[in-house]
Design a protein around this ligand. Structure first.
Ligand code: GAP
Length: 445
């Protein structure tokens, strides 16, 4: 039974748990933190890598028509001129002259009044560019300014022909990449939802203009299926949000929104980008970005349909979905039931999939051997400290779906007790059957 009282309450509980259990915490905490930057601790990074791998498998490894790329974070500054980011990637801001608070005008309830101090003495609205700048080379002047990428997809466009030729791909095909993006967000907020450094997982699918809307609907459906079937999200936690306003070059755009603790928010965008990006890079590089269709002998600029999701938002969605508090029955008579905090991650992406626990110190060696045997197949942890009940609670809090206990019978019956995180049921499983048992439960095979 969930006993989380309100949505704000839930966000606070998630943030507290993430810090306590080493999942996510503020960057540079000893210096007071750094707004908009987050570190992933041991369990957070395990979760993040598992989700990255799942996305990569879903989008690249299991598809013949999508290939991968890992490009640099800093690329030629002309890239960002061509993409429009230098001239147009920003928010309209104004400052309160009294309390110095900076506001995004589109988020102000009353654009003539400071929501912080009530003053009406505001600067005129002006554009604030979100690109993060640095310098490349020994001279720190205007000519040596470079930008940290604001989206991972632009190098996919600039590398389009290199990848196409190297892989001998014909249209339609896609190029996918996972990597860091940087935006100097004015109001980073809602934990990791809006950060200044974050990871994107993007796929640009190139096709002819005639086929582009079919592909748009294909990817729209595929991506929604991924959330329900692979990440285990419920249908009521997800919704499509069609964009009302479209960029002049786009035929369609939709967001997949997730019900975060603060309400529905964008998790992923599926965008029809037309021929905009390749055409702009052709214009700025003076290189021909067109594609020659070998069947029809026609040359044309490919149209692009993009799927773009933030890894950090996926992790926040997973935490929101997985967080629960229920009542675990206590064995002590007259005592109230214990509150159990548990993360119900789907086993495939849990930071620890299998914890191995000796019932007593005397069994440490047997447990260690078992953990060594299975750690090649699953993310495992040897958990030897505290009483068994406390260890179960600790594993519940990081979302470990299966705990194996070695006890004094293990040596004689070659079996362990497997405890299920969600039902808390225990069953005895022979070690020779363990691999099949866990494969079945974790990967459904
Ligand atoms: N290439 C298209 C693009 O970047 P976007 O809607 O700006 O589109 C795509 O971003 C996804 O990246 C979003 O749906 C979100 O998941 C993630 N994202 C964007 N800005 C973010 C931020 N400041 N912090 C965390 N994730 C962010």
């Amino acid at each position: 039974m969930a006993i989380v009282n309100s949505e704000n309450d839930l966000m606070e509980k998630i943030v507290t748990l993430c810090k306590r259990r080493g999942i996510i915490f503020q960057s540079s905490e000893i210096y007071g933190g750094y707004n908009g930057f987050w570190d992933y601790g041991p369990y957070g990074v395990a979760l993040k890598k598992a989700v990255e791998q799942l996305w990569w498998n879903e989008m690249v490894e299991t598809r013949e028509n999508v290939v991968g790329l890992d490009s640099t974070i800093i690329c030629h500054p002309k890239t960002w001129k061509a993409s429009g980011h230098i001239d147009r990637f920003g928010d309209i801001m104004c400052d309160c002259k009294t309390c110095k608070t900076r506001h995004r005008v589109d988020q102000m309830e009353d654009p003539t009044t400071c929501s912080n101090c009530g003053s009406k003495d505001l600067t005129p609205p002006r554009e604030f560019n979100l690109m993060m700048k640095t310098y490349v080379g020994p001279v720190f002047d205007e000519d040596h300014i470079a930008y940290l990428r604001a989206e991972t997809c632009q190098p996919i466009f600039t590398d389009f022909h290199l990848v196409r030729i190297a892989t001998r791909k014909q249209l339609p095909f896609g190029i996918a990449q996972i990597g860091k993006s940087f935006r100097n967000e004015i109001t980073p907020r809602n934990f990791t939802f809006r950060s200044r450094e974050f990871t994107q997982m993007e796929m640009e699918f190139f096709c002819s203009d005639e086929q582009s809307m079919d592909w748009f609907y294909f990817w729209r459906e595929q991506r929604m299926k991924y959330y329900t079937e692979k990440l285990g999200f419920r249908e009521d936690e997800l919704q499509y949000h069609d964009h009302d306003k479209l960029a002049h070059y786009a035929k369609a755009a939709v967001d997949i929104e997730f019900k975060f603790p603060f309400g529905f928010g964008e998790l992923e965008g599926i965008h029809h980008r037309g021929t905009w990006d390749l055409s702009r890079h052709q214009e700025y590089s003076q290189q021909n970005m067109e594609y020659l269709d070998q069947q029809t002998n026609q040359k044309y600029m490919p149209t692009c349909v993009e799927t773009s999701v933030g890894l950090d938002r996926t992790i926040l969605a997973l935490l929101t979905h997985a967080y629960d508090e229920d009542k675990a029955p206590t064995k002590k008579e007259g005592m109230e039931d214990d509150v159990r905090i548990v993360l119900h991650f789907v086993p495939r992406i849990a930071p620890v999939q299998v914890a191995v626990m000796p019932l007593s110190k005397k069994l440490n060696e047997a447990a260690e051997k078992l953990q060594k045997d299975i750690c090649r197949f699953y993310r495992t942890e040897l958990d030897t400290t505290g009483n068994i009940g406390k260890r179960y609670r600790r594993q519940d809090e990081i979302g470990t779906p299966f705990c194996l206990t070695c006890d004094f019978e293990t040596e004689s019956d070659n079996s362990v007790t497997v405890r299920d995180r969600d039902t808390m049921a225990k069953e005895r499983v022979n070690i020779s059957q363990l691999r099949q048992y866990l494969d079945d439960k974790i990967y459904g095979c």
